[in-house]
Design a protein around this ligand. Sequence first.
Ligand SMILES: [Fe+2]
Ligand SMILES: [Fe+2]
Length: 187
Amino acid sequence: MVDVIQRVLDDHSEIKHAYERVQATQGEDADKWLNQLIWSIAKHAAAEELEVYPLLDKLGGQAKALADESRKDHQKTKEALSQLDGKKVTPETRPQIDRMMEELLQHIAMEESQDGDLDVIRKGLSGDELLEAGKKYEKTRKMVPTRPHPDAPDKGAFQSLTGFLALPIDKMRDLFRSFPDEAQDLH
Ligand SMILES: [Fe+2]
Ligand SMILES: [Fe+2]
């Protein structure tokens, strides 16, 4: 069993790896890695917002303030991702990707820092609670398709990355609850 802290760290590694590949490749390869990067970030952001930040909200006080700050950071990243939606890696988009990632890497470093989001959760929850949250995190993460899919229940929501990113959190939660188990086969 993998706890929620490790799940988040694994996602952060996946995002960093995809970005490194975007930087190291050209042409179609770079485009594929950009697509991978964008969806890795989208899935991670949704899983954190649905399963991690509410844990901080529950702890209250400074923990809740951290979650609020993190949600603001995510909003910025989502706006930057929407700008990149459907674009290829070109001399024009590379600086755009770098700017988005510079901010996101700062956000990730904050989450992983001492007294940051993960540290506060680690200290505030029991071992069992961390494992339980890890399970929920993985389930939610798997419900986000890696690309728009014609059989998705709410076509409007999943037809584009922008549509997905624009989903209010409550709507996303309801949508995921109504998502069939076969959703996992979308990957
Ligand atoms: Fe985050
Ligand atoms: Fe994160």
